[in-house]
Design a protein around this ligand. Structure first.
Ligand SMILES: [Ca+2]
Ligand SMILES: [Ca+2]
Length: 300
């Protein structure tokens, strides 16, 4: 079933989802499922026609308002589909029981293992590093990045330069929207291999974590997690969790090697695991991994 408030549409057998693209809440307005689906259809059409290449918050807002206008504004037949969905989802997630803890504090340790031993082909030498960790604690209504989706402007900047200003702005807007609870910002790795840690708190309403860092130098390659839940199947907060980190290509620069000169992608591609010519790098579907994220619960 779709996540809470998410709009979802099946096109040629493929499920298209847009949690953050088509808002499900607006103060003083009931957004019907019809508006969400219409918004999704417009985005899908614009993307498949090649009219919309890079989806950013500004574009998504315009499309949302267009969908809302086309549907005749805020719903007066309020509290229909979306609210029903909320109720179902809550029941699904809790199994009828609320866990005792409402928050949990975690330490995320990034263990960077990238070295000439793990990735010998065109290894960039002592300049191999990772940019500052950046991400957020959030709910199911936002996808900050995902395999197969187009990178936001903030993700593009992070993946190409390691700078986190634009992505932080996007996350800050999402925080105002209520889909992000807090922003996670940590140090990077000056020389790989090495380790770095950052701490944050998740809650029952915001149990998901997205964190990324640029593989540097690289054209537009990054590693990270997205929408990683820290709730276990029995709906308690996990004690610890280890995630292998494969290389992703943000689809926004066409360089093929770690030290390729900037080559802005003429038409952006969706985010995908890095697979390259064996002469360019060792990556095949993002492997070998470049390290691991270990999430450890640190409150009692
Ligand atoms: Ca690329
Ligand atoms: Ca670019």
């Amino acid at each position: 079933m779709p996540a809470r408030g998410a709009a979802e549409l099946t096109v040629d057998g493929t499920i298209v989802r847009a949690f953050d693209r088509c808002p499900s809440t607006l103060p003083g307005c009931t957004i019907t499922r019809g508006v969400q689906v219409l918004c999704l259809k417009i985005i899908f059409q614009l993307k498949t026609q090649g009219v919309l290449v890079t989806m950013n918050r500004m574009a998504s807002r315009w499309i949302f308002w267009l969908a809302l206008a086309l549907a005749g504004g805020c719903g007066s037949d309020s509290n229909t589909a979306v609210e029903d969905e909320d109720t179902e989802q809550n029941e699904d997630m809790t199994g009828g029981e609320q866990p005792s803890e409402s928050t949990a504090r975690y330490r995320l340790t990034f263990d960077a293992t990238w070295s000439e031993t793990t990735h010998p082909t065109n290894f960039p030498g002592p300049s191999a590093h990772f940019s500052g960790l950046i991400g957020a604690v959030h709910n199911e209504q936002i996808i900050i990045w995902e395999n197969g989706q187009f990178a936001t402007d903030g993700m593009e900047e992070m993946a190409e330069t390691g700078a986190t200003g634009s992505l932080t702005q996007e996350l800050e807007l999402a925080r105002v929207d209520g889909t992000v609870e807090s922003i996670i910002a940590g140090d990077g790795i000056d020389i790989s291999p090495d380790q770095v840690s950052v701490e944050f708190t998740v809650s029952r309403d915001y149990p998901l974590v997205t964190v990324v860092t640029m593989i540097a130098p690289s054209p537009d390659w990054f590693i990270g997690v997205h929408g990683q839940t820290l709730l276990t199947a029995d709906n308690t907060f996990a004690d610890s969790l280890v995630v292998d980190l494969a290389a992703y290509d943000a689809g926004t620069d066409d360089g093929t090697q770690f030290t390729s000169a900037n080559l802005d992608a003429e038409s952006a591609q969706p985010i995908q695991l890095v697979t390259s010519d064996p002469l360019d790098s060792d990556f095949e579907f993002g492997l070998p991994i470049l390290g691991q994220f270990t999430f450890e619960r640190i409150d009692p």
